[in-house]
Design a protein around this ligand. Structure first.
Ligand code: NA7
Length: 531
């Protein structure tokens, strides 16, 4: 059976683009299928006002090309989504990627043909494409979910999910708007919509510990310094725990005096972003008592920012430890509640009962609105994979195999699915890391692996069950050492009814994970069966 391509990559976001580049360099005939009409993935779909990355601009991008690093100029410390999309479009042009990408091509199914040792990929239009290697670059946060609320379809006005935002700008000027959710997305969208809307209702179920972004325009001297130090920056990020190029402080929040602790927290807060979490103390996600000190610090910041004491109390989380849900970065979120046109609706006191043609009905009243924004998140990590009909050896479906939760080796492959790879898949550091660092690591590892297979005349590669079992146990063990499993969050699948509860990403550290992956490769792909 002749092959149409050596490799098919699903998705032309940041990971699919990089994988295309690397596999092309390795001499493979590659095709990328992308559902959207352009490159960019997350940055293509999430066009809502206020969207931006939560990694500093200088560390959110590709590191493989010094020329690219030198020539690209970010405008802000945390640049906004239109700029990130422009960056990725620039990369696509600069490296001539589009000629191997087919847009408007949603993959519906991928079946392994055991006799031929190849994959048959079926698109929405019914066309079939045969390849040796299948690489999923679908992204861990790309299957949007809507809340299960009665009458959701009855609302007569426009309703938007932030992860499926229209390409045409949406104006909320003079409108009454409801935002459902208070996760990282809502925290970005609320201050922007608040500036336009006549009235904005924010429906909060769980308050979050939002960290100050401290965003600002980039100063040319700072940019020059960053550009001169890129090698060190990326080396640090690659060896770090979470993929950020921050300093390492092996110190407990409990080992210093209260005054010293306050000083260190204030410093991290003033720098902004995840510095507060990763650049202050090393035990915040491991030790509840240490965690309490950070939680109280953030609550104090909320109380100091929000003028209405009752609203501040509702916004200050008390029901889960700090950073056991993804901490959002905020750029004017708390200040937005000081505006006359913004109202916080506490869904613990007055739960949503139903949506109506006119708006949202809670236990005590109906909120009539012109538009609804669902900032309700994603079926993270596994959703985009299991929504496709992927079948491996013997017709085994990925959905069935993962019915009790994902089972992978290194988060990059799964037993029963030969020649299939996942970039930033479940049980890899993925969403618990600065994504571009993990994307490049996986892209490099997969490209090197395929080069090895070709050089050694190997036709198929697949993790052994034993290696997979070992990795699954190790991932669970790493999770159990932290406070993260204690809290309901999308990190543990709690936002999707019936989803098996476990920490879906590997929290053993980006640096150690890279070392492990490199060792596996150096040992002739230890833990994989080569055939
Ligand atoms: P998240 O973080 O999953 O947030 C979704 C929000 O929607 C969260 O506040 C939920 O409350 C809320 N939600 C979900 N269902 C309902 C219902 N039925 N009623 C009221 N509120 C509801 O998604 P985001 O898009 O903000 O962020 C996802 C990630 O993308 C982000 O962390 C970054 O990594 C990028 P809950 O907390 O469940 O009580």
């Amino acid at each position: 059976m002749s092959l149409d391509y050596d490799a098919i990559i699903i998705g032309a976001g940041m990971s699919g683009m990089y994988q295309l580049l690397r596999l092309r360099e390795a001499g493979l005939r590659v095709r990328v299928f992308e559902a959207g009409t352009g490159v960019g993935g997350t940055w293509y779909w999430n066009r809502y006002p206020g969207a931006r990355f939560d990694s500093e601009s200088y560390s959110y991008g590709y590191s493989f090309s010094k020329d690219l690093l030198d020539e690209w100029q970010w405008s802000q410390h945390f640049s906004p989504q239109p700029e990130t999309l422009r960056y990725l479009e620039h990369v696509a042009d600069r490296f001539d990627l589009r000629r191997d990408i087919r847009f408007r091509a949603r993959v519906r199914a991928a079946h392994y043909d055991q006799a031929a040792g190849s994959w048959v990929v079926r698109l929405e239009d019914g066309s079939r494409h045969r390849c040796r290697y299948l690489v999923s670059a679908v992204g861990p946060l790309s299957a949007p979910t809507y809340p299960r609320i009665d009458g959701r379809e009855d609302f007569a006005g426009p309703a938007y999910h932030t992860g499926l935002w229209p390409k045409q700008p949406v104006s909320f000027a003079g409108k009454r708007v409801a935002v459902i959710g208070t996760g990282a997305t809502a925290v970005q969208v609320v201050p922007e919509v608040a500036k336009q809307a006549d009235q904005l209702y924010v429906f909060q179920r769980t308050a979050n510990y939002d960290l100050a972004g401290q965003n600002h325009p980039l100063d040319p001297a700072y940019v020059r310094e960053v550009k001169a130090n890129y090698k060190e920056i990326w080396d640090t990020a690659r060896a770090s725990a979470f993929g950020f190029p921050y300093g390492v402080h092996e110190r407990s929040a409990l080992a210093v005096s209260p005054e010293e602790r306050q000083r260190i927290y204030e410093e991290g807060w003033a720098v902004g972003g995840f510095h507060f979490l990763f650049d202050t103390f090393s035990d915040l996600i491991f030790d509840k008592e240490a965690n309490d000190t950070a939680a109280e610090f953030v609550r104090a910041k909320i109380r100091a920012t929000v003028h209405d004491a009752d609203v501040a109390e509702l916004l200050a989380p008390k029901d889960h430890p700090f950073s056991t849900k993804r901490p959002p970065l905020e750029h004017g979120y708390y200040e937005a509640f000081n505006r006359d046109n913004v109202t916080l609706v506490d869904l613990h006191r007055t739960p949503i009962q139903t949506m109506t043609a006119h708006g949202v009905r809670t236990a005590d009243r109906e909120y009539a609105v012109d538009s609804i924004i669902f900032a309700t998140g994603f079926d993270a990590m596994t959703g985009a994979l299991t929504r496709m009909d992927i079948r491996g050896r013997g017709g085994l479906s990925l959905q069935a195999k993962w019915a009790d939760g994902p089972r992978t080796y290194l988060g990059v492959a799964t037993h029963g699915f030969p020649n299939m790879f996942m970039i930033t898949g479940p049980q890899s550091p993925s969403v618990l890391s600065n994504m571009p660092v993990s994307i490049e690591q996986h892209g490099d590892w997969i490209a090197d692996c395929l080069s090895y297979l070709r050089a050694h005349g190997v036709k198929s590669i697949e993790p052994t069950l034993a290696a997979e079992d070992g990795w699954v146990a190790h991932v669970a063990e790493a999770a159990a050492a932290t406070l993260l499993p204690l809290t309901d969050s999308w990190w543990v699948g709690a936002n999707i009814p019936g989803k098996p509860r476990q920490l879906y990403a590997y929290i053993g550290g980006v640096g150690p994970y890279r070392t492990r992956c490199d060792e596996v490769a150096a040992n002739g792909y230890e833990g994989f069966a080569l055939g």
